[in-house]
Design a protein around this ligand. Sequence first.
Ligand code: ATP
Length: 772
Amino acid sequence: MAPTPPPPLEGAKRRIGVMTSGGDAPGMNGAVRAVVRMTLHENCESFAIYEGYDGLVKGGDMIKEMHWEDVRGFLSEGGTLIGTARCPAFTERNGRRTAAKNMIVKGIDALIICGGDGSLTGADVFREEWPSLLDELVQGNELTAEQVAPFKHLNIVGLVGSIDNDLSMTDATIGCYSSLARICEAIDSVDTTATSHQRAFVVETMGRHCGWLTLMAGVATGSDFIFIPEKPAEVGWQKNMLSIIKKHRALGKRKTIVIVAEGAIDTNLNKITPSQIKDILTNEAHLDTRVTTLGHVQRGGQPAAYDRLLATLQGVEAVKAVLEATPETPSPVICIVENKIVRRPLLEAVAQTKKVAEAIEAKDFDTAMLLRDAEFAEYHRSYEITTSTDQPELELPKEKRLRVGIIHVGAPAGGMNAATRAAVAYCLARGHTPIAIHNGFPGLIRHHSDDPIGAVREIKWLDAESWANKGGSEIGTNRGLPSEDLETVAFAFKKYNIQSLFVIGGFEAFTAVSELRKARAHYKAFKVPMVILPATISNNVPGTEYSIGSDTCLNALIEYCDACRQSASASRRRVFVIETQGGESGYIATVAGLSIGALCVYTPEEGINIKMLDHDIDHLRDVFLADKGQNRAGKIILVNEKASKVYNVQIIADMIAEAGKGKFESRHGVPGHFQQGTTPSPMDRVRAVRFAFRSMQHLEQFAGQDPDEMDDNPLSTAVIGIKGAKVLFSPMENIEKKETDWHRRRPKNEYWWDLKETVNILSGRPHTPAKD
Ligand code: ATP
């Protein structure tokens, strides 16, 4: 007979197990940390099951109770620190019966599993069989009826941890953006050498059944051709590939990059291999061609900011799902749709995922594409349009073609160039004329005062071709607004026959379009459709929850914070007080705080007062007093640059050092413009492409419309953005009037505000006193 299980916890409190299973993925540790800490925060008990289902089947020491300090430092670590394994024993009923017994012996009645579709299938089988497994344990005299009675219902919650992003019903799995970052780093590196020698490279990426990594890498790096399993190459693909590559070379491109998913096939399900492609490029296109296989590099390394954030928010949600579950609730899997964390039925998500492989097997490729999330087909279409230079079927009739002005406004942000490149490619494919307005509105104004710096020029395909991965702004950006000289701006619009405007930038871009919209009453030249693609590290543009450039900034900031933390590992007990940018919005500070596990975050929305500082210093004192040597790495406090006019990072660091009295010390850091990052993150690049395409599609609806009717359609000046689970265009006038805090230069209701509480919960910060 097994040892007696501990009595159930009082009330609705639970013992919740967490495990990682299947292939490892960066961000899994962040999920474990969030689950453990959220479980403890809810006064429940937390257990880690080591080595996936193997640990569940073996039991004993493989199932360990977890405490707050046990997951310290987990957020920034790659792989999984509690181990993972493929466990054949769990695929057998006997193994699952033993696993059930081991859980009951520890008193665990809920399980949160972070893994791929295999792991989640196993989880669902386990839950389905649970009552009958308990019956068998009683019948076999392994446990008594009394012992199993409190464990009648097992709650399972899935978290999708997988680099492949292969689960249907979620836009992203924990780990996929880190893996994409690794792939893009590699391809960006190959790119420079390929250009130098005019070589071709064939890069093989992971993805046996799923082409997400390959497709996104193709979009993010501007590769010439990709091969993915869901959209197999047509028979005769060799000719198609050669034709595209030869055209790119003829247009002046010095390099060729082809990306191939491991599972690449043709429509007859024949495998397509990198060496086949190499031979074709060498023999038929006469290119000096090399093959690079990225292999397990793609799994490794530290998690990207997005994966840390996703893992954290989903881990918190998983615990909430356990606590809210009733015996009737179907097991959920925690997903993300655009910017919204949602629960989906686990069984359905797994079934839909399996259908993709079945559809490919049955050569039903349209269904395979549809079964991936909605973004997938859209990205694929965008990819085809940006790479193929000759698509007569896409060309619009002459009267539907537009001259599209493209302008960057405000500080540079990662993805501005990728968006411009995509807009140019789209315009050229449709017969529109893309026109770069260099150096923002001041550039346009100066140009007419005969200043040679300003310029308005048509952009050719090759001009923009290499911009997919470039940071900064290739056409030049400027904070200046049209109100500097509306007359000249209107004159220039007329002179260059600007028939639509694509504005890429932050709050200044928003202000600029607002000014142009209002000036329509006086200047007919502004009666053209305009779209803003929000691009700013501060992510403070009304009308969207996400601006391109903000993800690049978060990655730069976590790199800086990780380095600070690591530098403290020798001295220990050091608190870093780090200033973040973000203007009057605490978004960057808060989301970076979640991604690095900051002790606390000070924002302009809340301000800083002496009570808060006093309270946080007391908390630090408690933390370091209780320290038994675990606080090897430093603590981080993030302070937005405008959180207080009085308490800057240096003063706060000095106050902490003074209070520490030799028990702990403090340093301050100002990463400043480092936060703009260097190479834009893959997420900013791919979203830039997607939003640029949508923006162009939006603008072209207005082609041929009478300018005097422009104001009748509120969407003739619009912001493209993510709102919850949707990507949509919002009319400027509405957003300006209802959603904008003009004084603070940010949206009135900031969607992320509640995340601040999650930073506090996960860092164990006691409830803070209200502002004075
Ligand atoms: P990845 O996406 O990285 O492959 P995965 O979770 O799909 O991750 P798998 O190897 O398919 O990885 O599954 C991990 C483990 O889950 C298996 O070793 C097995 O223990 C368990 N498992 C998978 N499928 C089942 C099933 N149908 N029934 C019971 N257990 C299963």
